[in-house]
Design a protein around this ligand. Structure first.
Ligand code: PFF
Length: 521
């Protein structure tokens, strides 16, 4: 049964939903610590380079693949990429390309959300604690205790129920209506926090002011430039713009066939970058810098959940600002996670004929299962190491997105070529010029991604990420079991994803794939 395809209700709803998809925990939780631990200002140089050379061209590609796929009744990436690849190669090769892309999107939407939903739950829990003064006693230790206490999983389950109910209502009444409420509130909270950050002065050390924090992020120290920061920047661009995940395509599949995707892509990117660079950059980094100084700011997962509660507990009016910060994270997380949730519900609708309401509950149970190891690790080992989370994120949240981006740009830029440009430009108020397509889609973007991927792989190798006991847990080798559990799950989900996508494409296009086999005989 084909999915009964809805459309977006209004232009503003579409833009806010897409912005909601892109603006997420990546902007406020991930960006500050990735930027701070990769050289601050020096990180911003490859960051803007990657935004222009990778972010903009791939965003355009994903919108157009999605709109085209939607026109043919598809909301998932396998069949969408099959349709593209088929323009340039035999169906029996195209099905492999489609199945590989579908596999990655399947893996990402299941596994990124397996930990992401937990961060949304933590945000809600921490928002409540800000208002009730929960973390005032020991703000830094609060996080570790929080994730070891099974009672707190209630916030995770609440977040999942929220997502299920919202997705069940469909595109216009669910996703679009929530984006219209949550996105404006998120921007208002971000602006208030940004203003508060800049008026902080130097509460702890005269050398650490919020303005010095701005300097740290905006004044590059060129000696800090490295391949490692460039790779981190490219990874951040993929993550923050939701590229290489299948969820931009899925939202674009609910467009009308001639709707302007150029303006919409530019709007999505602009809203995302405003949230990330201006709000994430000025709200979080200067606050953290003013209280923690240049070294303290280089936290990891902890920056948002350990360092900032510490700050809020000493700041005047910290309870309110803390609540605002964690609600901001919560809204940002929900409006993104809803996109992955919807992807899987669309997949069940399209490939198994399961109606939306039932699908939403199946996905709910699925997320409880795949999210369980994250919770279990902290509860059973009484630690806050989160190595299962780290391992899954290393491969699925960082690495594989770039692989999908590469396949897409090669298919569009090198295989489909000029007709892909025509498709992209259809209905556009502005058009992507031919020279831009030649320079970016056909040359700079693929070449840059290939280069990054080579260095990325080398870096992971050198960092000891391929070892049975990866180097990042060298001091806690007994945690190798959680790392390897993560690897088994990643591998297993990808394998299922490949088979699922292959079958999905084959069941829809059996006639032409088989006809082609006949010819080949
Ligand atoms: N662009 C999103 C972000 O920055 O958080 C990426 C994302 C992650 C979307 C996880 C959806 C999701 F469930």
């Amino acid at each position: 049964m084909a999915e009964s395809r809805e459309n977006w209700g209004s232009k503003i709803g579409l833009i806010l939903a897409m912005a909601g998809n892109a603006v997420g925990l990546g902007n406020f939780w991930r960006f500050p610590y990735v930027a701070a631990s990769n050289g601050g200002g020096a990180f911003m140089i490859p960051y803007f380079f990657a935004l222009i050379v990778i972010g903009i061209p791939i965003m355009l590609v994903e919108w157009s693949i999605g709109r085209y796929g939607g026109k043919h009744g598809h909301g998932t990436l396998g069949p969408m990429m099959y349709l593209q690849a088929k323009k340039a190669m035999k169906p029996k090769k195209a099905i492999i390309v489609g199945a590989l892309c579908g596999m990655i999107a399947f893996g990402v939407t299941i596994l990124v959300n397996s930990y992401y939903n937990h961060i949304i739950g933590w945000s809600l829990g921490f928002a409540v604690s800000s208002l009730t003064g929960g973390y005032t006693g020991d703000p830094t230790g609060f996080f570790a205790n929080y994730i070891q206490d099974p009672k707190n999983l209630v916030f995770w389950v609440l977040a999942l129920i929220f997502l299920a109910v919202a997705v069940m209502k469909g595109i216009q009444k669910g996703i679009e209506s929530w984006a219209k409420i949550m996105m404006p509130v998120l921007y208002v909270f971000g602006i208030i926090l940004g203003v508060r950050a800049l008026t902080l002065g130097s509460p702890v050390d005269p050398d650490w002011s919020s303005l010095a924090g701005l300097n740290f992020i905006w004044n590059p120290d060129f000696s800090q430039l490295s391949w490692q920061s460039a790779i981190a920047a490219a990874g951040q661009i993929f993550f923050t713009l939701s590229l290489g995940m299948g969820i931009i395509h899925n939202y674009a599949s609910y467009l009308q066939p001639d709707e302007d995707i150029i303006t919409a892509s530019v709007a999505t990117i602009s809203l995302n970058e405003f949230a990330e660079v201006i709000l994430g950059g000025t709200a979080v980094i200067p606050i953290a810098y003013a209280f923690l100084g240049p070294e303290g700011i280089k936290g990891s997962i902890g920056l948002a959940f350990m360092a900032l509660p510490n700050v809020f507990s000493t700041m005047t009016g910290g309870g309110i600002f803390g609540a605002m910060w964690f609600f901001l994270l919560f809204f940002a997380g929900i409006t993104s996670a809803i996109a992955m949730y919807n992807y899987l519900v669309a997949l069940l609708e399209e490939d198994a004929g399961i109606e939306r309401k039932k699908g939403a509950w199946i996905v709910f149970i699925g997320y409880l299962i795949v999210g369980a190891p994250i919770a279990l690790e902290s509860i059973l080992t009484k630690s806050a190491n989160l190595v299962y989370f780290t391992e899954v994120d290393n491969w699925i949240g960082n690495y594989i997105l770039i692989v999908l981006g590469l396949i897409e740009i090669i298919v569009i830029g090198w295989c489909v070529r000029d007709s892909a440009l025509e498709e992209m430009n259809r209905g556009g108020l502005w058009k992507v010029p031919k020279w831009f397509f030649r320079l970016f889609h056909q040359f700079l973007t693929p070449v840059t991604i290939i280069t990054f991927l080579v260095f990325f792989t080398r870096d992971y190798w050198l960092a000891g990420n391929f070892k049975i006991v990866p180097s990042y847990i060298a001091e806690i080798p007994e945690f190798a079991i959680w790392v390897n559990l993560g690897r088994v799950v990643v591998f297993g989900v990808l394998l299922i994803g490949f088979i699922q996508s292959y079958k999905s494409i084959r069941s829809k296009y059996r006639a032409e794939i088989d006809a082609n086999k006949e010819l080949a005989k």
